[in-house]
Design a protein around this ligand. Structure first.
Ligand code: LMR
Length: 396
């Protein structure tokens, strides 16, 4: 029977990594997938992660199953990270968190719950959005529609257009927001804009779903949660998918959380029991290691402080690369104002390059970026900046 099955198209992001690995050119540059690289072009293991692993190795006594929702101390730490110390949501026990395999696992778990248990049929996502959102939500059975977000001319958020399209959201829909460091544009709403959005969505009766994969990569660990926290003030029901791939560098450990916030603790219990039932029928219960590492760090004062510094180092290096990228393009005489790249937040820059330009960069120069023109600034280094900008100068 398998002969009836045709080849699936390559994934727009991970497929690019496959192509990059096959490329034999030594000077190739991978700015496709969002993976942090240090100045040496390596993706290091954080010192706090190494320390937590050392402790776990010494103290671990069993490899027995975790519960369906995973490590309790992990769930508690996730909620503190999302809502802040002593948040009302935590005090009143309105939130429940399950440890899940990465941000994608969290999105899928939340979407399955929304379709099967809330009867939600439609999800609104920003235009543009992360290339995998559509796959995940459609596979869960949701219709995916878009709201306006980005103004390609001003290279900024088109807030009026965004509000205008969100006017069509109806009760019983779900609306996806990027908690910070919008992927792919790097442009987030301001605090005032978050307030307006939070009130608007509360009025519609739709469920806000936050994809929160880059906490700490925008302005800071607490600062980046402000949009979500404003939403939580105005909306009594929320879903949040968070990831520790980037801010703990735990990409291949697949660590994330799905958090639901309900009107009260009893409702949260019932709703969460259905999230757990969904997990049981999907992958039964989560793998332990990565989440144990995160819980160890977040629940230890000294390790937490050191981790915040490590996140700041990554955030600041990316900002430095943004500024250097803009300066180097100018130095090479590339026409146009690229200062917007310095204002964007997170790992990505939405460059405005066309599909043809992206293809030429790959074919002729071995520079890999996503077809939408999204460049992973986190993969730039002082060493690859010159060849990268030389290539760009030739294609622009
Ligand atoms: C990205 O957007 O590059 C990352 O979130 C990795 C992925 O899974 O696509």
């Amino acid at each position: 029977m398998f002969e009836q099955v045709s080849m699936a198209p390559a994934d727009p992001i991970l497929g690019l990594t496959d192509a990059f690995k096959k490329d034999s050119r030594e000077d190739k540059i991978n700015l496709g997938v969002g993976i942090y690289k240090n100045e040496m072009g390596q993706t290091p293991i954080l010192a706090t992660v190494k320390e937590a692993e050392k402790r776990l190795l010494a103290e671990e006594t069993t490899k027995s199953y975790l519960t369906i929702e995973g490590i309790a101390a992990f769930g508690e730490a996730v909620q503190t990270l999302l809502f802040g110390q002593d948040a009302e949501i935590i005090e009143s026990k309105r939130a429940r968190t399950a440890q899940v395999p990465g941000g994608t696992g969290a999105l899928r778990t939340g979407a399955d719950f929304a379709v099967k248990k809330l009867g939600i049929k439609k999800i609104w996502v920003s235009n543009p959005t992360w290339a995998n959102h559509g796959n995940v939500f459609k596979t869960s059975g949701l219709e995916v529609v878009t709201y306006d977000y980005y103004n390609a001319e001003t290279k900024d958020l088109d807030f009026d257009a965004m509000l205008a399209s969100l006017q069509s959201v109806e009760a019983g829909d779900m609306v996806l927001f990027h908690g910070c460091c919008h992927n792919p544009t790097g442009i987030d709403p301001t605090q005032e804009q978050w307030e307006i959005l939070a009130k608007l969505i509360a009025e519609t009766g739709a469920i806000p779903f936050f994809d929160f994969a880059y906490q700490g990569f925008g302005k800071g660990v607490q600062e980046d949660a402000q949009g979500l926290r404003v939403f939580a003030e105005h909306n009594t029901e929320l879903l949040i998918a968070n990831s520790f791939s980037k801010n703990f560098g735990l990409y291949n450990e697949r660590v994330g959380g799905i958090t639901l916030v309900a009107k009260d603790s009893d409702i949260a219990d019932a709703a969460f029991s259905q999230i757990k039932a969904g997990i049981r029928s999907n992958y039964s219960n989560p793998p332990a290691h990565g989440a144990a590492v995160v819980a160890t760090i977040l629940n230890d004062k000294a390790l937490y402080a050191q981790w915040e510094e490590e996140v700041a180092v990554m955030r600041n290096r990316i900002q430095e690369m943004r500024d250097l990228f803009v300066a180097t393009l100018k130095e090479k005489g590339v026409e146009g104002d690229f200062s917007f790249i310095s204002r964007q937040l997170g790992m990505f820059s939405f460059s405005g390059l066309t599909v043809e330009q992206v293809n030429t960069l790959k074919e002729e120069f071995g520079v890999y970026i996503v077809g939408s023109g999204r460049i992973s600034v986190a993969g730039m280094t002082k060493n690859n900046m010159q060849p990268l900008c030389d290539a760009l100068a030739k294609v622009i």
